[in-house]
Write a protein that binds this ligand. Structure first.
Ligand code: NAD
Length: 261
């Protein structure tokens, strides 16, 4: 636990399930004030709010589509109206779908770029603007993926969006370091969340993924939430522009593990 996170106002996008939910609950344990953005999960966020409050934090939720500028502005205003400020912005919402690239429609390409990259830019811009206006040495955390460096056939739009998130994070980190705003990236490997449910319900497909992970198991959402808590806390106060690979070693060329090559 990080004492300095108590009463910090944390905004998390896509917070009703998966990694967003795990982070919301972790910040609840930190006794932070958590603003959950949810997209379509009308009821799922209510239990998360109860869990956060039971842990000693505070929470409120608002619906919104991160790819819409008006919804992002509403999200930030809601956080300020409800809890008084914004200290930490976590851009987590993301989508993917599998399509061979020669069949990928412009609509599919655009939707993934809009949610995964433009959505994270819009929320970063709004949060940074608020922090500059109110002299807040805040914190922004973007959820990228190992596919910001591992090419991923059939997911070219996803890989392109995450590569964009990584470079956006580094550029913004450089731009706002003099103002004390830290901007970092978490790049998870394969984590057990609803985005992977179909794949991990198939034992063969699941084993194929495990074979790509030197540590030999699928990650848990809480392990990613722990990275977010550390990056948001003062314990990482000299860290900005980092891409933190939380991937059980997936980006370290697992094919070479047994001295091959
Ligand atoms: P998930 O599908 O379980 O959750 C994604 C959340 O984003 C959902 O709550 C969904 O409603 C929300 N969302 C989707 N479109 C939205 C929109 N337009 N506006 C607002 N919210 C929207 O997925 P997850 O595994 O929790 O993934 C969270 C993030 O982590 C994503 O950015 C994903 O790319 C990234 N990631 C996940 C993994 C993994 O293995 N789970 C690995 C690498 C990166």
């Amino acid at each position: 636990m990080y004492k300095d996170l108590e009463k910090k106002v944390v905004v998390i996008t896509g917070a009703a399930k998966g990694l967003g939910k795990a982070m919301a609950e972790r910040f609840g344990k930190e006794k932070a004030h958590v603003v959950l953005n949810y997209h379509t999960e009308n009821d799922d966020h209510k239990d998360i709010i109860k869990t956060i409050e039971a842990a000693g934090g505070k929470a409120a939720a608002i619906q919104g589509d991160v790819s819409k500028e008006a919804d992002i502005k509403k999200l930030l205003s809601f956080a300020v109206d409800t809890f008084g400020t914004v200290d930490i912005m976590i851009n987590n919402a993301g989508i993917e779908n599998e399509v061979p690239s020669e069949k990928l429609t412009l609509e599919d390409w655009q939707r993934v770029i809009d949610v995964n990259l433009t959505g994270m830019f819009l929320a970063s811009r709004e949060a940074i603007s608020y922090m500059l206006d109110h002299d807040i040495k805040g914190n922004i955390i973007n959820m990228s993926s190992v596919h910001d460096r591992i090419p991923w056939p059939h997911f070219v739009h996803y890989a392109a969006s995450k590569g964009g998130v990584k470079m956006m994070t580094e550029t913004l980190a450089l731009e706002y370091a003099p103002k004390g705003i830290r901007i970092n990236n978490i790049s998870p490997g394969a984590i057990d969340t609803p985005i992977n449910a179909e794949k991990f319900n198939d034992p063969k497909a699941k084993q194929e993924v495990i074979d790509l992970i030197p540590m030999g198991y699928i990650g848990k959402p809480e392990q990613i939430a722990a990275c977010a808590a550390w990056l948001a806390s003062a314990e990482s106060s000299y860290v900005t522009g980092l891409t933190l690979y939380a991937d059980g070693g997936m980006t370290k060329y697992p094919g070479f593990q047994a001295g091959k090559g």
